[in-house]
Design a protein around this ligand. Structure first.
Ligand SMILES: [Zn+2]
Ligand SMILES: [Zn+2]
Length: 254
């Protein structure tokens, strides 16, 4: 899958002014990653299960979706949640490395451009108020807002609200995750008849996205697509606890 390319065309002298450090290797680059590091990102090779994007079930529903269908209808996931994408995402969220927004939103934009239908509205998975105050921003909302702008689609800024705190999903099994997020969201407006894309940074079991999609459908959404930057799998690294800003030091110059 091609990465979004740097679109500024200028004379070589001007490029010096716009160059920055590659977020992985530290070399001077024209984007947040140099071309060599961009090629190392763990792009997924297939769409996986059409509903939840689990790998190993190419173009047919996986066992999980057959046994317990999630409330969202389909999923687009750009990356595997593994090195070095996991480190980039942790840096984005916990160290406010917001220069990565355009890289992430551009990769999502490229991934969803092949979808047969285009949503009417983008909604972001919200953070609880305390988490938002602590972090200062909602990474999923930043991605959704950037995508909405570049795709000229409405972004429902406060479309979905987190109405109660939940435990970090990391470390919980699927049943506990479902229970943890039950009743955690509310929708602030009517979405009658609208095709909605629900944006989040990482999908693990899909429990959070499914609960959010259920609420969007109660508000009238005709369909809900999950658009996620990364899909975690059993065989890959699991996301860290969402409220832990103290990530282990890594040998990458963030
Ligand atoms: Zn690099
Ligand atoms: Zn599935």
């Amino acid at each position: 899958m091609p990465l979004p390319t740097f679109r500024f065309s200028a004379a070589p002298g001007w490029k010096q002014l716009f160059s920055q450090d590659c977020q992985l290797c530290g070399c001077r680059a024209l984007d947040s990653l140099c071309p060599a590091c961009a090629r190392e990102l763990p792009f997924r090779h297939g769409a996986g299960c059409p509903q939840c994007a689990a790998e190993g079930a190419e173009s047919q529903l996986c066992g999980g979706c057959l046994a317990n269908p999630p409330a969202f209808d389909r999923t687009v996931a750009v990356f595997r949640y593994t090195f070095p994408l996991d480190r980039l995402l942790q840096s984005y969220k916990f160290r406010q490395n917001l220069v990565l927004t355009s890289l992430f939103a551009g990769a999502l934009n490229t991934a969803v451009s092949g979808q047969p239908s285009r949503p009417d509205t983008l909604v972001a998975v919200p953070l609880a108020r305390a988490r938002l105050a602590e972090r200062g921003f909602n990474q999923s909302a930043l991605l959704a807002e950037s995508l909405a702008r570049s795709m000229d689609i409405e972004f429902a800024t406060h479309g979905l609200l987190k109405i109660r705190d939940t435990l970090p999903q990391a470390g919980l099994n699927r049943a506990a995750r479902l229970k943890n997020v039950r009743g955690a969201f509310d929708c602030s407006r009517s979405l009658a008849g609208r095709q909605v894309a629900l944006v989040d940074d990482v999908m693990t079991t899909g429990a959070t996205l499914s609960e959010a999609a259920k609420v969007l459908k109660k508000a009238g959404a005709a369909s809900v697509s999950a658009w996620v930057l990364a899909r975690a799998g059993r065989e890959w690294a699991m996301p860290p606890a969402q409220n832990d800003p103290h990530q282990p030091d890594i040998a990458i110059p963030f």
